[in-house]
Ligand binder design. Structure first.
Ligand code: CA
Ligand code: CA
Length: 367
């Protein structure tokens, strides 16, 4: 309501200053810009949610049937519809002006994406309700090891069996992409309709890549004004890991959700718990030779000092002493020297991971 009043004040201001002819100077609430279905001043993926919520509505045709980016006078005879908190005509969802809200109106959002008019107001939804299904990648797993240049596919999941999405009608969200690790030009979303469209009535799905800001905007909506309950994949994300990433990096957030709007048919908004995709980057192991990093003496007598030579030429990630079962053994390592004072006699492995590969040496400690 406050926004509506503010809009009207701005309208009066612009009317006084710039009144000319045609739709310029008319109340913005009576001018349709094709694709800006919620009439907030900009065409973006969130307008897909409003297309879905008003899908199938009918009314009078416009004087001009077109999706060209210009203002068109609002035809009469349309009811007000599901447009968030602002009560406006469903005619805004009839982007092309042919008298029915249908798949043909999708093209206006695609073609006019990012275009704006008048003042841009924040997208708004009616109310935030508690439901809180989880939105995650690949089931929320962590510590996936990925190799540079590899092609990857991750499910995007909404809800779980024990905590499903209770009132799914549509969802819009943005994925922020860590472009140091993910090739931004090769990221793509494929919708999965198994539970969000069980009767295969048809789904509206939309994606837009913003390569300047490293973001992928996604929107999905049902069309029949009925919600479904369910969980698991709503789509798959295909991507390629960059080839020049630092090797052996752990706990990197490569994908993060932003601005999630999960809605029911009347555009109530539901809370969502979102989780980023956190991965480890590992290169296929390049073994570093004894000429490059030398570990000596070996065998070594307990109590003597083990020396690592050549290590200064590498960027060291980790130095780990392991027993014969591969379990880590605590050891005092400093200045490229390892004390064997507190170690028992036996067979060990010393693993040195660097930016250029790995040196793994079998080490024998004697009495
Ligand atoms: Ca809009
Ligand atoms: Ca239409």
């Amino acid at each position: 309501m406050i926004i509506k009043q503010f809009k009207n004040i701005i309208f009066i201001f612009f009317s006084v200053c710039f009144y000319t002819t045609n739709v310029v100077g008319q109340n913005p609430d009576t001018i349709i810009w094709p694709g800006d279905i919620n009439n907030n001043g900009i065409v973006n993926h969130l307008d897909i949610i409003y297309l879905g919520a008003n899908f199938g509505a009918t009314g009078a045709e416009r004087n001009f049937i077109s999706t060209e980016w210009e203002g068109y006078s609002l035809p009469t005879g349309w009811s007000n519809g599901n447009m968030g908190t602002t009560e406006i005509s469903r005619a805004f969802a009839d982007c092309n002006g042919d008298g029915v809200v249908s798949d043909l109106d999708y093209a206006a959002i695609e073609n006019n994406y990012g275009l704006s008019h008048d003042t841009i107001f924040p997208d708004e939804f009616i109310e935030v309700l508690n439901d809180e299904p989880e939105l995650n990648f690949a089931g929320g797993v962590s510590s996936i090891a990925l190799e540079p240049s590899s092609v990857q596919e991750f499910d995007i999941n909404l809800g779980s069996f024990s905590a499903p999405a209770e009132n799914f009608y549509g969802i819009a969200f943005t994925i922020s992409v860590n472009a140091d690790y993910v090739n931004i030009n090769n990221i793509n979303f494929d919708v999965s309709t198994e539970w969000i469209d069980p009767n295969q009535a048809g789904i509206i799905t939309f994606q837009k890549l913003d390569i300047v800001n490293n973001k992928l905007h996604i929107a999905i909506s049902r069309k029949d004004q009925a919600s479904v309950i369910g969980s698991s994949a709503i789509g798959k994300l295909n991507l390629i890991i960059e080839d020049d990433v630092p090797s052996f990096t752990s706990n990197v957030e490569i994908l993060t959700f932003e601005n999630i709007y999960l809605v029911d048919p009347i555009l109530n908004t539901y809370k969502v718990n979102d989780m980023p995709l956190v991965v480890d980057i590992t290169s296929p192991i390049t073994e570093i030779t004894q000429e490059e990093i030398k570990i000596y003496p070996n065998p070594i007598q307990k109590g003597s000092v083990l020396k690592v030579e050549g290590i200064e030429n590498f960027d060291i990630q980790t130095i780990t002493l392991m027993n014969i079962s591969g379990q880590k053994v605590e050891a005092t390592i400093s200045n490229n020297e390892i004390s064997t004072e507190k170690l028992s006699k036996g067979i060990y492995f010393l693993e040195i991971i660097t930016d250029q590969g790995r040196r793994l040496e079998k080490l024998i400690i004697t009495d």
